[in-house]
Design a protein around this ligand. Structure first.
Ligand SMILES: [Zn+2]
Length: 523
């Protein structure tokens, strides 16, 4: 007699998201594994006295979402500091910061010892404001003259400081990444200069643990069952492993360690894939350039709204080449951040130089973002099997008259994030959010309803990039990413069908999230 299942999901429209997609009515799960997918009557054979049966009333069941590019630490920081997401004017943004400063004042009056006096804000986005210019020192001096004020732009590639913050950090900031006007700092700092700031906002171990518990809950509400975390100078790796030891981690995590840590990670025996069911080592992460919004993405031709500016190298091409070669020597693939066309060239050159993509088809090289890939670069990625780790939510800036229109001009705006072209060329695509915001259904909606034909893909393709795509990018496709017998039971059920409501996928609710066979949300 067959052993009974632990959990049955029935009355559903189950999409395996294999290629081609297969549908079924029900799924059975035992010991964290999918044991049957098929018609209701067949799956019901596995119902025993102790089996939980969840009737989904026509809901759609998919493999759990994998967010292939996240910074989970940021999710927690948005809650601890002033979160400026969605604010539509400079005035409102400054008001929100003033309110936050007043809260801190009130707290430090209550406290026995005065707490850290920094006022910190996250994810401001000036691109929707009347004047598309970053926050300045003067703007922020109006928030506070005494407390240091620091506000990170949404892309986290630039930030703005008030006079007090500039004064405090002056000696530590690399001069070349401090923007000036007639010799005076404007308050805007970019790229490497932000490292100094991070020290003031990095959580300690216990905070990281708490932050992670909150972030995990949030991920489950969104149907996310796996993340690829790009960790850097953070206590998060410690917190993930601590929760895992306590059997409290219900998120499958790939830690993509920073290139600075290659030797340590390699010596510690943390080879790619090393770890537990839940926490595993991924790729080595590096930068090449910055971001479009901050004028730091490295372009072949100058910015449309600043003919002097080509963007910048955060890591010079020669240095990247060394990083990739060193990583390959230790059997690590590299995930290289590259947004501008010049940067994508540098990343592909480095990968091809290490020649490892061809040597070992299981070593998954990745270009993070890859936004402005041109036709030749797309072909090179397809030929070498380099994964495009893309963020469909970035299309929020790619509409007519939007941020990319101003920064890049019409031709390059239309060339950004051409998911249709990438898939047609055979590039493996993994979707992630970069936490802008974390929300797979919002991203899927952006890709399905993208501004141009070359950017638009089908519902099935977009969902597959947010499930199988992430699994493939980490070499995890035998274990995760589709609904098939033998795979881990990481599942999400949606209240409505994204195929039937393709014009507003972002409004569809998550009914249920299952990780490793356990219901972690809804039900
Ligand atoms: Zn990122």
């Amino acid at each position: 007699m067959t052993e009974a299942a632990d959990l049955l999901l029935t009355g559903a429209e189950v999409h395996a998201l294999t290629d081609p997609d297969r549908t079924a009515e029900a799924v059975a799960v035992r010991d964290g594994e999918i044991v049957r997918v098929g018609p209701e009557y067949e799956v019901r054979f596995l119902e025993g006295v102790e089996t939980d049966v969840i009737e989904l009333d026509g809901g759609v069941v998919l493999p759990g979402f994998i967010d292939a590019h996240t910074h989970v630490q940021l999710l927690g920081q948005y809650e601890l500091h002033a979160d400026l997401w969605g604010i539509e004017s400079r005035g409102e943004c400054l008001d929100a910061l003033r309110d936050h400063a007043a809260e801190l004042d009130a707290e430090s009056e209550d406290a026995d010892s005065p707490s850290d006096d920094w006022v910190v804000g996250f994810r401001y986005d000036e691109s929707a404001w009347d004047a598309d210019r970053p926050l300045t020192r003067e703007d922020l001096d109006a928030v506070s003259e005494d407390r240091p004020v620091a506000v990170f732009r949404i892309d986290v590639h630039s930030a703005s400081l008030n006079g007090a913050a500039l004064e405090r950090l002056r000696d530590d900031l690399p001069e070349s990444d401090v923007r000036t006007e007639s010799g005076d700092p404007t308050g805007v700092i970019v790229e490497d200069a932000l490292d100094v700031l991070w020290e003031h906002v990095a959580p300690d171990r216990e905070d990281a643990r708490e932050l992670l518990v909150a972030a995990q809950e949030r991920a489950h509400r969104l149907g996310v069952t796996g993340v690829h975390d790009m960790v850097r100078n953070t206590t998060l790796p410690w917190a993930y492993r601590a929760l895992d030891r306590e059997d409290c981690l219900r998120l499958r995590v790939r830690l993509n360690y920073w290139a600075d840590h290659l030797d340590a990670v390699s010596e510690a025996g943390l080879a790619p894939g090393a770890g537990s069911e839940f926490v595993r080592t991924g790729a080595i992460k590096s930068y090449t350039d910055g971001a479009i919004g901050s004028h730091t993405a490295r372009l072949g031709e100058p910015y449309d709204d600043n003919p002097e500016e080509h963007g910048q190298w955060v890591i010079e091409p020669d240095e990247l080449r060394e990083i990739v070669a060193d990583a390959a020597a230790s059997d690590f693939p590299v995930a290289a951040h590259a947004i501008g066309d010049a940067a994508i060239d540098a990343a592909l050159d480095a990968f091809e130089n290490a020649d490892a993509a061809l040597e070992d088809p299981n070593r998954r090289y990745r270009i993070e973002h890859a936004e402005l890939a041109d036709d030749e670069q797309i072909d090179r990625m397809a030929a070498a099997g380099v994964v495009a780790s893309a963020q469909p939510n970035f299309l929020q800036w790619a509409g007519e008259g939007g941020l990319y229109d101003r920064r890049l001009g019409v031709e390059r705006r239309k060339r950004a994030d051409r998911f249709r072209g990438w898939l047609d060329a055979g590039v493996p695509v993994a979707f992630g959010s970069d936490c802008m915001p974390m929300d797979p259904l919002y991203g899927v909606d952006q890709a399905v309803n993208a501004p141009t034909d070359a950017q638009r893909i089908s519902v099935t393709e977009a969902l597959r990039a947010y499930t199988y795509g992430g699994a493939f990018a980490a070499g995890d496709e035998d274990r995760l990413g589709t609904i098939e017998v033998g795979k881990t039971a990481d599942l999400v059920a949606l209240e409505r069908s994204p195929w039937e409501h393709s014009e507003a996928i972002d409004e569809i609710g998550v009914a249920l999230t299952v990780v490793d066979g356990d219901v972690v949300y809804g039900g």
